[in-house]
Design a protein around this ligand. Structure first.
Ligand SMILES: Nc1ncnc2c1ncn2[C@@H]1O[C@H](COP(=O)(O)OP(=O)(O)OP(=O)(O)O)[C@@H](O)[C@H]1O
Ligand SMILES: [Mg+2]
Ligand SMILES: [Zn+2]
Length: 511
């Protein structure tokens, strides 16, 4: 007897359909699995054999061969256990072969026949829908995650027996449903922090507002205790809401990383702040069993690197390529794939190891020491910050000031308007924010009048700017104009954008 079940495997952040064929024939009792399997899938053989026995299925002593195809895709993970068990049971006649048609099956087995949660259910179910499957059988704990995908029925099961019952009679069971509207309603949580907690620092708050409006990378530099960390951790309170498509894309990444927990969908823009001891693999992704790194977990959101020079230099240099391409390419022995990494980079740093340079009353660092410290951030990486801003220490008077500071809600409403303008402008173009403008699109959307052009030209020559810096100034100027509800980019907008590029010259200029 021969049977064929369907399952899927993760490739990058997408699912690829895999067929699981089982053949039962006379001959020496043997159980063989073939089809470019990694070690976990090879071990499936033992798990399946014991789980079937412990679920009460007495299989006759026959020769069983299981083949996973297509043969050229590496099969990884434990999610093939259940489809392998089902294909075998079907080959032995427990289930009609046609009941397996149009049905995707995923799940890991325990030795007692229970079905365990697996990673990546959301992209796998999504792939099944794209391929025209009608239903999916997934571990019960992953059912909500699968049910987020509309246009395909998702059933959650917790034992092999339940899966067999379901496959024998779909009509007698109800698919899982989730209320997407309700999931989205909870997207603005009750924040414990607010920008109104921060006294003064108007210039930094303004720079952050611009950065968030256009999702521009921002670097804050200043002495200890000036509030850099405090300001950065309040960024989530002003981030624009996620669209459904953005949410789906992020949720796929979290699903693969096994970070969806009890949530079926990520409905808030991510804010990731890894510690400076992070490894390269954890930051950019990869590993023996490939996983998305922090830069992909921050997709459509913020990656905050506090105390930037404390990170391993080689590690942060790896950010350069993804910052340009908004994706990261992972190469492995027999596969190459891409994870999205369209994050906004927020970083903070002190200007020297004591933290007080250039205040010579407090800083005793020698110039070579300062240079060495600042040199931990390479010029090309520095170039990728659209906005560089100084956070000055606030004085006693400002700290004492009881004046009510502007709240996150006020900032958010301005950011919201600037974002709406961008959404309208880039409709149907697969971009959402000014930071995503390519050089061709910059020509189209950031055209300047003669006066503005000469202003930028002067700055270009005087500041010895790179082409990349030039483009970044234009993108930031576009965002400043959007915050001003101005279609035209004026000299005022250009000047402010240039300003955010000149602060790094103060520190790195002489190097
Ligand atoms: N502008 C401010 N308004 C109110 N409190 C502030 C302000 N700036 C700093 N503080 C207080 O000082 C503390 C330290 O600030 P924070 O940790 O953000 O400084 P930092 O710039 O990150 O310093 P470091 O360079 O040492 O990391 C804050 O937790 C807060 O209590
Ligand atoms: Mg800090
Ligand atoms: Zn110093």
């Amino acid at each position: 007897m021969f049977s064929k079940a369907y399952s899927a495997v993760i490739h990058g952040i997408d699912g690829l359909i895999v067929s699981v064929e089982a053949d039962v024939s006379d001959g020496l009792p043997l159980f063989d699995m073939v089809g470019l399997l990694n070690s976990e899938v090879k071990e499936a053989r033992e798990r399946v054999r014991i789980a079937l026995k412990n679920s009460g299925y007495r299989l006759p002593a026959k020769r069983i061969t299981v083949n996973l195809s297509p043969a050229d895709i590496r099969k990884e993970g434990t999610a093939f256990d259940l489809p392998v068990a089902i294909a075998i049971l079907t080959a032995f006649g427990y289930i009609h072969d046609e009941n397996l048609h149009n049905t995707l099956i995923i799940g890991e087995l325990s030795l007692n026949g229970n079905i365990n949660k697996v990673n990546g259910v959301l992209p796998l179910v999504y792939a099944a829908k794209q391929e025209g499957f009608l239903r999916c059988i997934v571990p019960k704990d992953n059912a909500d995650e699968g049910a987020v995908v509309k246009g395909i029925k998702t059933y959650g099961v917790s034992t092999i027996k339940e899966a067999v019952d379901l496959l024998c009679d779909f009509e007698a069971h109800k698919p899982t449903t989730v209320d997407l509207d309700m999931l989205f309603e909870n997207k603005t949580g009750n924040e414990l922090v607010d920008f109104s907690d921060v006294n003064g620092q108007a210039a930094v708050k303004r720079a952050i507002e611009i950065a968030v409006s256009g999702m521009h990378n921002i670097l804050m530099i200043g002495p200890p205790g000036s509030g850099k960390t405090m300001l950065a951790t309040r960024i989530p309170t002003i981030m624009p809401e996620l669209s459904f498509d953005e949410s789906m894309e992020i949720s796929k990444i979290y699903s693969i990383a096994g970070l969806l927990d009890s949530r079926a969908l990520i409905t808030r823009r991510p804010f990731r702040s890894p510690h400076h001891s992070i490894t390269s693999t954890a930051l950019v992704g990869g590993g023996a069993i490939p996983k998305p790194g922090e830069i992909s977990l921050a997709h459509h959101g913020v990656l905050f690197l506090d105390e930037l020079p404390e990170f391993n230099k080689n590690t942060i240099e790896l950010l350069r390529q993804p910052l340009e391409e908004k994706a990261v390419t992972i190469s492995r022995l027999n596969a190459t794939f891409r994870y999205p990494a369209g994050f906004m980079l927020v970083a903070s740093m002190n200007p020297c190891s004591c933290g007080y340079y250039p205040d010579r009353n407090k800083c005793n660092c020698s110039l070579p020491m300062v240079k060495r410290y600042l040199g931990k951030i390479s010029k090309p990486l520095l170039d990728r910050f659209d906005i560089c801003i100084e956070a000055m220490q606030i004085n006693y008077k400002e700290l004492e000031n009881r004046k009510i500071e502007e709240s996150s809600a006020d900032m958010r409403s301005r950011i919201y308007r600037a974002r709406q303008i961008q959404v309208e402008r880039y409709k149907g173009q697969d971009i959402w924010f000014n930071c995503q403008l390519t050089s061709r699109k910059i020509k189209k959307y950031c055209s300047l009048g003669a006066k503005e052009q000469s202003l930028l030209e002067q700055a270009f020559i005087k500041m010895n700017l790179t082409a990349r810096a030039y483009h970044r100034i234009l993108k930031v100027a576009r965002t400043i104009a959007d915050l001003d509800s101005s279609e035209r980019i004026t000299s005022k907008h250009i000047s402010e954008a240039i300003c955010y590029r000149s602060i790094d010259a103060k520190y790195w200029g002489q190097m």
